[in-house]
Ligand binder design. Structure first.
Ligand code: GLN
Length: 454
């Protein structure tokens, strides 16, 4: 049914870069056979899922939305991919994304944009717009995204779906093509909180193949979601982040947020206002740290090891082949980040830019620590605006970057955060997201509060 739905709508939505019809049917048949024998690999066995094209899939294309990796067939599965397969989850295909996960609209994909199922002239968010659009458009029941600065939560917010960035280190990065290694985190996308929790449990856990993977038990996210479904938040302290409102926020978003806070109070939560003064510095710090790491990570696309190679005609030096290939293979946003990051890391500037950004990162982490002394979770709007129009911000990178104003602090601090639908904006009728943030390794709190609110 999902493959039929993809055939019906993906011509206009373009959530998928690659649909693996045969692989999906084979995986589904394998689950059927096991079920007939009375076995079931996991509660998600047989459930169809859309996988962001930044996670490697053995023998299936993995492009990261870039010409650089067009036609490349990875020789191995990412740990997330392997865990999905072992759980009997049916991988339908790979979803569209901003090139190397750099963007907030999926317009930076080398293979054309994805459309928002709610309004086809609107962006589905990014960088994981394909994953969120696939579930919002009923092409898949579940999806996997990755979130470096908001790329799971912001697409979730603007497509009216659930998106979770687990605690950094909670889900293995092995086989996740690196953008900014100290920020990248894979996580679940779903249409409700319990589905997200079930998927979270399948993909999470310690992995010796990822040196930043946390060797601790997976937070009890499914139990917490079930507890939340009782709709009782008595004893839960919720902090409203004071800094995330005012100029730049649509009134429809702010009104939806105020209504959400009222509802949390009505469910029994104790609501207080909390100040995190350094959160206003998160965006500039992120746009130094993420491009710096990207400039280093993307050095591997050198035309020698894998991927695109141009000018390989015997008349060019190896260095020319490298630079001509990078010129041809990377899009404008990727080049902008590589240049920015290379500049920020260069001798003489390192302390002023990268060093300062790292200090701000520490201050933001301390703001979270102080806030979580007072409250169990923090809440804010996920994004300042609803889905903007395709083309509206492509000429203005700064406007594009503002989409992640509220999501970036949790990446810098490495803690857990979720976006859940909080109704439609009364201004334009488009979905609004409520962001919930929890301390590191307390991902279960997101699910309890999220399920109660939902
Ligand atoms: N929009 C942010 C960026 O462009 C975040 C992307 C992400 O989370 N991968 O960097």
């Amino acid at each position: 049914a999902h493959l039929d739905r993809i055939a019906e709508v993906d011509g206009s939505l373009h959530a998928f870069l690659h649909v693996d019809t045969e692989g999906a049917l084979a995986a589904a048949r394998a689950v059927d056979a096991e079920t007939a024998e009375g076995r079931q690999a996991s509660p998600l066995a047989g459930v169809p899922l859309a996988l962001k094209d930044v996670l490697t899939t053995k023998g299936l294309p993995t492009t990261c939305g870039s010409r650089t990796l067009e036609g490349w067939l990875p020789p191995y599965d990412a740990t997330v991919t392997r865990k999905l397969r072992e759980a009997g989850v049916v991988i339908l295909g790979k979803t569209n994304m901003d090139e190397f996960a750099m963007g907030s609209s999926t317009e930076n994909s080398a293979f054309g944009p994805t459309r928002n199922p709610w309004a086809h002239d609107r962006i589905p968010g990014g960088s994981g717009g394909g994953s969120s659009a696939a579930i919002a458009g009923f092409e898949a029941a579940l999806a996997i995204g990755t979130d470096t600065g908001g790329s799971i939560r912001q697409p979730g917010a603007v497509t009216g779906t659930v998106g979770v960035k687990p605690t950094y280190g909670g889900v293995s990065r092995y086989g996740l093509v690196a953008f900014s290694s100290s920020l990248d985190q894979a996580g679940p996308c779903a249409r409700n909180v319990l589905d997200a929790a079930l998927l979270h449990e399948v993909i999470a856990g310690h992995d010796p193949l990822d040196s930043t993977s946390i060797d601790a038990p997976v937070p009890p996210v499914v139990a917490a979601a079930r507890e939340g479904l009782n709709g009782d938040l008595k004893g839960v302290r919720v902090g409203v982040v004071k800094e995330f409102s005012g100029d730049g926020y649509q009134s429809g978003v702010l009104r939806s947020f105020e209504a959400a806070v009222e509802q949390l109070r009505a469910l029994g939560a104790e609501v207080v206002e909390v100040s995190c003064p350094n959160f206003t510095l998160a965006l500039p710090a992120y746009y130094l740290i993420a491009p710096s790491e990207a400039s280093s990570n993307l050095a591997r696309f050198d035309a020698m090891r894998y991927g695109l190679r141009v000018a390989d005609d015997g008349t060019h030096s190896a260095e020319e082949v490298m630079s001509l290939t990078r010129e041809a293979g990377f899009g404008p946003e990727v080049k902008r980040r590589i240049m920015l990051g290379t500049y920020a890391l260069s001798a003489g500037y390192y302390d002023a830019y990268y060093g300062s950004a790292q200090k701000v990162r520490t201050l933001i982490t301390r703001d979270f620590e102080a806030a979580f002394q007072q409250v169990d979770v923090l809440v804010s709007p996920t994004t300042p605006t609803t889905a903007f129009k395709i083309g509206e911000r492509t000429g203005d990178p700064m406007a594009m970057y503002l989409a992640d104003l509220c999501t970036i602090p949790s990446n810098l601090a490495g803690n857990a955060a979720m976006s859940i639908p909080s109704g439609l904006s009364e201004e334009d009728g488009l979905p609004v997201g409520l962001q919930i943030m929890a301390p590191s390794l307390a991902d279960d709190r997101l699910y309890r509060v999220g399920a109660a609110y939902e």
